[in-house]
Design a protein around this ligand. Structure first.
Ligand code: ZN
Length: 411
């Protein structure tokens, strides 16, 4: 995005604020905010990584007097120490404001009833959906995840109009609603789906089975939480709330900015965060900028739906593969459902890419033909020959949190 003088001024202020805490005090020792005079000066600053945040455990990121912290959240991590993000009251308010703006951008109003199914607790999902709903003046129904029977009962009895969920949980609910023939008894009209990359096919299934319009909400715990961007009713990319942060898109391998419109990793600098300001934070989310103004008239810039994570990319037989691209390719093949899993193995000196996918097609012959089609299309579009395995609907795992689809068993 453009870095004009006004934005540079905000970035300088944020660097000054960040330096009040131990982490950036050390990292930017000898650097004064006034030294950042140009875009080039800013782009020389080192990135901040998740490892840095882990090293700052528990409160090394805190840039204000700890008495001013009203809440902490923690980002999920599978290895090592967790990351703790401290929030001041202003940070909580700003986050709610951004989330409420997301709902408005999706055409959600104070008349709506929002069923919140992402988890509450240390991670930021559920409470973000709730804060935004309350600020908007809508009715929040704070369910948290799980207990499908109760979810569906509440959805019917309280006449929920908006479902807030991860994509895999939305799919699970959509399948249950379809199975139980509940759809006509529900008032759902929109779904706000967060925290996970998902493909067109899965989106179409959830939208059709629930009979709703879907919106992708973007965000990460390190930068407030979900709610820092969403797609609008025109459905052409996600608007990002750049009055609260500045973003860059970089080549994940070299760290250099990509050309406009090229895919890369989004890097975020917060502009007014108090508890834990972040300067050039690497999100590892892959996306690209969508140039030009949006037909909806919003002044906020847009990025494409998240294509995957730069640390999820795998190299198989010399070709880079990332989940978003697999979704795209599979979605073009009739008979192949949105659910798939890739298992990469190494046998007799060769990489083998096992591709399991769900299909509604039954019968050994028909499945064999479908597997052949999948093999051909995959080879043509992704340059890798997979070993396809058609499985029945519902055989691959669904989860209430994030679904992992690529398993690299080679190392
Ligand atoms: Zn728009």
């Amino acid at each position: 995005m453009e870095l004009n003088d006004a934005m540079l001024e905000k970035i300088r202020a944020s660097i000054g604020a960040a330096k009040q805490g131990p982490f950036y005090k050390k990292r930017f020792a000898g650097l004064e905010p006034a030294d950042i005079k140009t875009k080039a000066d800013f782009e020389k600053l080192p990135f901040t990584g998740k490892e840095d945040l882990r090293d700052a455990y528990p409160l090394g990121l805190c840039a204000v007097d700890e008495d001013r912290i009203v809440r902490v959240h923690s980002s999920s991590g599978t290895t090592g120490a967790p990351v703790i993000i401290p929030y001041t009251q202003k940070d909580v308010n700003d986050w709610a404001l951004m989330f409420a703006r997301c709902y408005q951008t999706a055409g959600i109003t104070p008349k709506d009833r929002i069923q919140v199914t992402p988890g509450y607790g240390l991670w930021t999902a559920g409470i973000g959906f709730q804060l935004g709903a309350e600020l908007l003046g809508a009715m929040a129904i704070p369910m948290g995840p799980g207990n499908t029977d109760k979810q569906l009962k509440m959805m019917e009895d309280l006449r929920t109009t908006v479902l807030g969920a991860t994509s895999s949980y939305a799919l699970l609910l959509a399948e249950e609603i379809e199975k139980r023939g509940l759809r006509d008894r529900l008032c759902l009209r929109k779904g706000v789906i967060g925290s996970e990359r998902w493909g067109e096919k899965m989106r179409a299934r959830i939208a059709n089975e629930l009979g709703v319009e879907l919106y992708d909400i973007y965000g990460l715990t390190e930068v407030y939480g979900p709610g820092i961007g969403i797609n609008c009713t025109v459905q052409s990319g996600m608007h990002l709330w750049t009055d609260f942060f500045y973003y860059e898109i970089i080549n994940p391998a070299t760290g250099a900015l990509v050309k406009e419109g090229e895919t890369g990793e989004i890097v975020i600098t917060t502009l007014c965060k108090e508890g834990a300001p972040l300067i050039r934070y690497r999100t590892h989310d892959l996306t690209k900028e969508i140039p030009g103004p949006c037909p909806c008239g919003s002044p906020f810039p847009r990025i494409a739906a998240i294509l995957g994570r730069s640390d999820d990319m795998v190299k198989v037989k010399g070709t880079m593969i990332y989940p978003g691209r697999v979704d795209e390719v599979l979605s073009t093949i009739p008979g192949v459902s949105s659910e798939y899993q890739i298992q990469i193995d190494h046998l007799n000196g060769r990489d083998i890419l096992n591709l399991l996918f769900e299909t509604t097609i039954t019968g050994a012959e028909a499945r064999k033909a479908l597997e052949k089609t999948v093999e051909d299309v995959f080879k043509e579009k992704l340059n890798v020959t997979p070993k396809p395995h058609a499985v029945s609907m519902g055989e691959l795992p669904r989860s209430e949190k994030k679904s992992t689809r690529i398993f690299d068993n080679r190392y």
